[in-house]
Design a protein around this ligand. Structure first.
Ligand SMILES: *[C@@H]1O[C@H](CO)[C@@H](O)[C@H](O)[C@H]1NC(C)=O
Ligand SMILES: *[C@@H]1O[C@H](CO)[C@@H](O)[C@H](O)[C@H]1NC(C)=O
Length: 398
């Protein structure tokens, strides 16, 4: 046989192996899926088997079943370069704080060090967070503690992470934290929690390089998407946000050095949110956020459409102005159109220490939702240029 035929023959033998995936059905590992039995150990048994498999595994979570999971971590690295988790049924968290006793309460489901993790399917991840919303502290927390309910899903150090089509519901805290992971794609997901549920961020990204979030619908009681320090090359497109606190970068510089670079938010709609697109940083930080763009953004009844706040201090105590701040530059707003429920539709409050530079606004048309009410703008130490902006923005410094 010639070389080409041999190559062809080898390819024919290898291909079925490459494309094959082995199913690990959690019910085969003892999961009941009745919504009452703790299925955590069964899931971990399925994971253990799948993670050492030589062929690409698919953990199968069947439809029309509800699996109760206690807080648990799926650890990698696994043997194969991809691991599929097909969620067709519903995963539910413990429904009362008492059931969390003895477990760490910062997170519910964690994936750690799993490269090529594909979390797919039309199923639901239900954090049953309502027990945490009125008071996120446990009984034994010291008085005055600021507590947050558990994050429903944490993905840490999972390069090549893919998340598609899932419905994330009612987390006690953030719905999802993706951190220290590169090459991440999230698409066609829904995140739903009541507008008054505290700290229920939709997606929190930090320390990630290369993240795409596309075609998703997020309505929660806090930020729809929050981009934290260490994030570069982040693209957010086709996101419907509301209710919630809008799309935020920051808060940066809390106790140190932060960098954020190349964040592009495009073709998104925000409706009934308390903020539109927001950049926030603490006084006293160092580092920078630059090359950030917001383009083709529609706003409907949004309270504070465009905000830069370099004096971020959410609890209004123990914050002092400092001689340092995270530097903000090359921030553009192009094609931002819609209505606001507050007077100041644009508020650019930049630090004296390290003012914002190269802010560009172009084709930004914002009006009050109340007919005949005039919208206004506010700037402080903000440098940049504005063209085709209504209401007129004459307060930018050169
Ligand atoms: C814009 O976003 C919407 C979803 O809000 C999506 O359906 C549409 O395809 C997007 N358009 C482009 C050009 O990306
Ligand atoms: C910090 O400076 C800003 C702008 O001058 C001012 O509005 C704010 O009150 C100051 N905050 C404190 C805590 O001094």
């Amino acid at each position: 046989m010639d070389k080409i035929s041999i190559c062809f023959l080898i390819l024919c033998m290898v291909w079925p192996v490459l494309s094959k995936t082995t199913i690990y059905d959690v019910t085969k590992y003892g999961a009941k899926g009745d919504g009452k039995t703790d299925d955590s150990q069964a899931f971990l048994r399925a994971w253990k088997a799948a993670c050492v498999a030589e062929t690409v595994p698919t953990i199968l979570i069947r439809p029309k079943k509800t699996f109760l999971l206690k807080p648990l971590t799926f650890n990698g690295p696994c043997k194969t370069s991809r691991v599929y988790v097909q969620v067709l049924g519903t995963l539910v968290a413990p429904g009362s704080k008492a059931e969390w006793k003895g477990y760490p309460i910062n997170s519910w489901i964690t994936f750690l060090n799993v490269h090529g993790l594909h979390l797919l399917g039309r199923g639901t991840i239900d954090g049953r967070g309502s027990a945490w919303w009125p008071n996120a502290c446990l009984d034994n927390a010291p008085p005055g503690s600021r507590c947050k309910g558990p994050t429903a899903l944490i993905v840490r150090r999972c390069d090549g992470f893919r998340l598609q089509r899932l419905h994330h519901l009612n987390s006690g805290g953030s719905h999802m934290i993706v951190t220290a992971s590169n090459d991440v794609r999230i698409s066609d997901i829904r995140i739903t929690a009541p507008g008054n549920s505290p700290n229920t961020d939709g997606i929190d990204i930090s320390s990630c390089k290369g993240v795409q979030i596309r075609n998703s619908v997020i309505g929660t009681g806090d930020d729809c998407i929050a981009i934290g320090g260490g994030s570069t090359n982040i693209a957010i497109t086709g996101v419907m946000c509301g209710p919630g606190h809008g799309i935020s970068i920051g808060a940066l510089g809390h106790g140190g050095y932060d960098i954020v670079e190349e964040v592009h938010v495009k073709n998104c709609t925000l409706k009934d949110t308390t903020n539109g697109v927001r950049l926030k940083s603490w006084q006293g930080g160092t580092g920078y956020a630059r090359k950030i763009s917001f383009s083709r953004i529609r706003l409907v009844a949004v309270a504070n459409p465009i905000i830069i706040d370099q004096f971020y201090c959410p609890h209004r105590t123990d914050c002092q102005n400092s001689t340092s701040a995270v530097a903000l530059s090359e921030i553009s707003y192009v094609g931002i159109i819609g209505t606001s429920t507050t007077d100041d539709v644009i508020d650019l409050s930049c630090s004296q220490a390290n003012s914002c530079k190269n802010i560009v606004l172009d084709h930004v048309y914002l009006a009050s939702i109340t007919r005949d009410k005039l919208a206004s703008v506010k700037c402080f130490n903000a440098h940049g240029t504005a063209s085709h902006v209504k209401p007129a923005l004459n307060c930018l410094l050169k």
